[in-house]
Design a protein around this ligand. Structure first.
Ligand SMILES: [Zn+2]
Length: 501
């Protein structure tokens, strides 16, 4: 296989413009590309190939080369292998970590958002953030009594082929990097079990004298979805220090929100082994939830507190003074972690003394005030609800059965990709176009059949909306104080304790 001259020239120009190179490095870059692709040389008289657009991005060029190399049987046609080669090629258009960090903090001097804009643009250009894959997701909003909620059917992660699955089964797992969030992923080649990260870069930040990394998320769920990770591989932990760290981040990047998954099973996120937070630019449905029942706490007279009109149980605290807010948030969290009300199945500790309570915290800066949202969580299980009392119940698990983490808590449903096909079957069934066995969706589909006159023109709208209602139910299941008179009275009893204690 030979590389066409016009493409290699364009790629070299990108590497000089964005990477660590200068004009004198042109031949060197060209030979690096040839080596990575295992290609032979350059076809000097070739024109731009027909199947590539007139203004190809670095990733367009890279994908074209990889496909050529696969066609010539000089690289193995497995997803992981192609991703390793992609990351190695696009590494050439990416400044090395020290240079990116330097440029980031140089831009930061002008404004924090200039620094994040700079880093985000590079992360997209070198295909670390996979915009093209993210565009496959299905996104829409559904109006509910809590306001609009967002639904995303996640179709961004490419499916692994059978060959790769077989290789992964045989592969020995490595202890390096220890997990997908470890800082040792920066520049890591990758393997059949670990993501290709040669083009990965991490910004070094400091929160209350502790070192953290800041990076974008490859398969983002919202605008500028990013992750702040501990420099050390340490378990998730929600405590006073969490509020200190979250608000220290908000001080440095006031244009981003930041939140953390909970730190115990059932109510926590998918990675409990490495302490990390999630951040970004998005305004979530919960941000706009109505503040009902405003109250004041005797210990913190300046802090504005309220309960949110939201399917989960949320207390919002606001203050212009960061330190006061940290103390108030810690106080609310500590009260919750020791609070039981068995009339509504809320129980802080098991009979063996194991902790059931924690929170999902979110921080932002808005209207010249620091805000902290404290979402109350309880991870008990029971004979009736073996997956979790405050977890999606059996009858909604056909839509969502995974833990309700930070993003969902805030009103954005991240639903599994399998739903794209399954919901099409449901729609066909509602239109009587095919009598299929809908399995887990059967009784839901039958109830829609009873409740709606379904036509070709309204079927999408009905099913989309009903999926949104199911997700609302998922959140209500995860809420510790239910949306009933009994549940809301119990919430008020907890608030009463916060006010006067
Ligand atoms: Zn780790």
């Amino acid at each position: 296989m030979l590389l066409e001259q016009p493409l290699i020239e364009r790629f070299v120009a990108y590497a000089i413009k964005h990477g660590d190179f200068e004009k004198e490095d042109s031949v060197y870059i060209q030979n690096r590309v040839l080596a990575i692709l295992n290609a032979e040389g350059i076809e000097y008289n070739a024109a731009l190939p027909n199947n590539i657009n007139n203004n190809p991005s670095p990733n367009d060029i890279t994908q074209y080369w990889i496909q050529q190399a696969v066609n010539h049987h000089i690289i193995e046609d497995t997803l992981y292998n192609k991703e390793i080669i992609e990351a190695q090629i696009l590494d050439l258009i990416t400044p090395r970590p020290s240079a990116i960090n330097k440029q980031f903090f140089e831009a930061y001097k002008a404004a924090p958002n200039e620094a994040t804009d700079y880093f985000y643009e590079i992360s997209k250009l070198n295909h670390y953030v996979k915009e093209d894959a993210i565009a496959n997701n299905i996104n829409y909003e559904v109006m509910t009594e809590y306001g609009n909620i967002e639904v995303t059917i996640n179709l961004s992660k490419p499916e692994k082929d059978a060959k790769q699955i077989a290789l992964a089964k045989e592969a020995k797992s490595s202890e390096y990097p220890q997990c997908a969030l470890c800082i040792e992923n920066e520049g890591y080649k990758g393997s059949v079990l670990q993501a290709a990260r040669t083009n990965h870069r991490i910004i070094r930040i400091t929160l209350d004298d502790e070192h953290f990394g800041f990076q974008y998320s490859p398969y983002a769920y919202f605008q500028e979805h990013s992750i702040v990770l501990s420099e050390k591989h340490e378990p998730m932990k929600i405590n006073r220090q969490t509020f200190i760290n979250l608000l220290a981040f908000i001080d440095q990047f006031p244009h981003y929100f930041i939140g953390s998954n909970a730190d115990i099973p059932v109510v926590g996120g998918s990675i409990l082994s490495h302490n990390h937070y999630q951040t970004g630019k998005h305004t979530f449905p919960m941000d706009n939830a109505k503040e009902i029942d405003n109250f004041k706490m005797e210990r913190f007279p300046s802090v504005k507190a309220s309960i949110l009109k939201w399917p989960m149980s949320v207390i919002r605290l606001k203050d212009s003074n960061k330190d006061t807010l940290i103390e108030a948030a810690t106080y609310v969290m500590d009260c919750w972690n020791h609070y039981s009300d068995e009339t509504v199945q809320v129980k802080a500790f098991s009979d063996k003394g194991e902790r059931h309570h924690t929170i999902t915290p979110i921080a932002r800066y808005r209207n010249s005030l620091y805000e902290v949202d404290i979402v109350l969580r309880d991870n008990q299980t029971s004979d009736e609800y073996p997956d979790g009392i405050f977890h999606p119940h059996q009858d909604v698990q056909h839509i969502k059965k995974e833990n309700i983490g930070l993003i969902e808590v805030m009103g954005t449903a991240i639903l599994p990709g399998r739903l794209k096909r399954e919901l099409q079957d449901v729609k066909d069934y509602l239109l009587d176009e095919a009598i299929t066995d809908l399995g887990i969706h059967q009784s839901w589909a039958d109830s829609m059949k009873d409740n709606y006159i379904v036509t070709k023109s309204n079927v999408d709208e009905i099913v989309d909306k009903e999926v949104g209602y199911k997700f609302k139910r998922v959140l209500e299941d995860a809420g510790v104080f239910k949306q009933t008179v009994e549940g809301q009275n119990a919430f008020k009893r907890f608030v009463q304790k916060l006010k006067n204690d």
